[in-house]
Design a binder for this molecule. Structure first.
Ligand SMILES: *Cc1c(COP(=O)(O)O)cnc(C)c1O
Length: 364
């Protein structure tokens, strides 16, 4: 009989399956507060819902490539629709960017800790991740990154504000990386949430090998619709358009995204909710003896809870038992005791703080 294993390409056979367990578990327990996946906890606006229903009436038809949405997103970045390539979430963008540059055996440079999908998707394509640890206080070790560069590196990832550390890379440091001339994916998933939002998308004119990634999942709160995009030079966009699957963003998702970016009132309110929420979380956590919250410009706060002397997974389980999902960072190239919490609604944030305090009290 056929041993199917023998037919699976080696890089797929050797890869770890992505565990959707935490997400499935959360959906099965709707009573538990979801502060584990950096979702926006405010629901879509009425304008988004109206646009969705209108688009859904045409659901028997194939979507276009989203020219209206691309033009709008391009203009918002001071570019054009030709500089925008849409993805089924920006994870899809990350995937087709990897497929464009990385052949099996090629290397991908990734500073860690960071968003796990760079490493996972690189491995699935046969790429070899070269992981460069950030400094002990979680800043990019640019010297170490430059030292890790070989002719086999075909793609570099930089996420800023970085998930899960929350901080931004200084432009001078980014330029040192871009000066290498190697394709560089600069992930701006959280750029709209920066203290003073200042995109680096303009740099693609100076560095045509730079790709700026964005998403509708975080600040705009449309994660369930799966819309992300990248900004890049037209010549590069033409290659991505060959690699990506046509109609990769559904008709309702295109409509929801366009209505979402045009609803300025709603996006302002969503942004303010996150900024207030993360400030509250940071303040409260930093008041807890021995604990440390890292300053964040995203919709999440990284907590060093190692003073509790408990493994991250145990802290997370204890919080789930208290009705709140948070995320362990052990396993994301971080030490024990690090957890990440998403900024939710004021009520959810308050619940998290109260129950976290109660947990700390209980283990004393
Ligand atoms: C959440 C996140 C994304 C977005 O993923 P989508 O596929 O667009 O939902 C991308 N990059 C980073 C760093 C993230 O944290």
């Amino acid at each position: 009989m056929t041993n199917i294993e023998d037919f699976i390409v080696p890089w797929v056979r050797q890869s770890e399956p992505y565990s959707a367990k935490h997400m499935d578990f959360a959906w099965q327990h709707p009573d538990v507060v979801r502060l584990m996946s950096n979702e926006n906890l405010l629901p879509p606006s009425q304008k988004v819902l109206d646009a969705l229903l209108d688009a859904s009436r045409l659901g028997n038809l194939y979507p276009d490539s989203g020219p209206q949405l691309r033009q709008r997103l391009g203009e918002m970045a001071g570019l054009t629709g030709e500089n925008v390539v849409l993805g089924n979430g920006s994870t899809d963008v990350i995937n087709f960017v990897i497929h464009t540059f990385v052949a099996p055996g090629d290397e991908v440079l990734i500073p860690v800790p960071t968003f796990a999908m760079y490493e996972t998707r690189a491995r699935i394509s046969g790429g070899v991740p070269v992981l460069v640890p950030m400094t002990p206080d979680f800043y990019w070790d640019v010297d170490a990154m430059l030292a890790a560069v070989t002719p086999r590196i075909k793609l570099i990832f930089v996420c800023s504000p970085n998930n899960p550390t929350g901080n931004q890379i200084a432009e001078a440091d980014l330029r040192r990386i871009l000066a290498l001339g190697i394709p560089t994916y600069f992930d701006e998933a959280y750029f709209e949430l920066e203290d003073q939002p200042a995109s680096h998308a303009g740099l693609i004119r100076e560095y045509p090998h730079m790709i700026v990634g964005r998403t509708l999942s975080k600040a705009y709160g449309l994660a369930g619709f799966r819309v992300g995009y990248c900004l890049c030079e037209e010549s590069l966009a033409n290659y991505f358009n060959r690699v990506k699957i046509p109609w990769n963003v559904s008709l309702p998702a295109l409509a929801a995204a366009l209505a979402g970016v045009e609803d300025a009132v709603d996006s302002r309110a969503k942004r303010q909710n996150i900024v207030d929420g993360r400030n509250y979380l940071m303040e409260e956590i930093n008041r807890m003896p021995g604990l440390r919250a890292y300053p964040s410009e995203g919709n999440f706060v990284l907590i060093d809870a190692s003073a509790l002397g408990k493994p991250s997974a145990e802290i997370v389980d204890a919080m789930i038992a208290r009705g709140i999902f948070i995320r362990p960072m052990r396993g994301h190239h971080m030490a024990q005791g690090f957890v990440r919490v998403t900024a939710g609604t004021p009520e959810q944030n308050h619940q998290f703080i109260e129950r976290f305090k109660a947990y700390i009290q209980d283990i004393k």
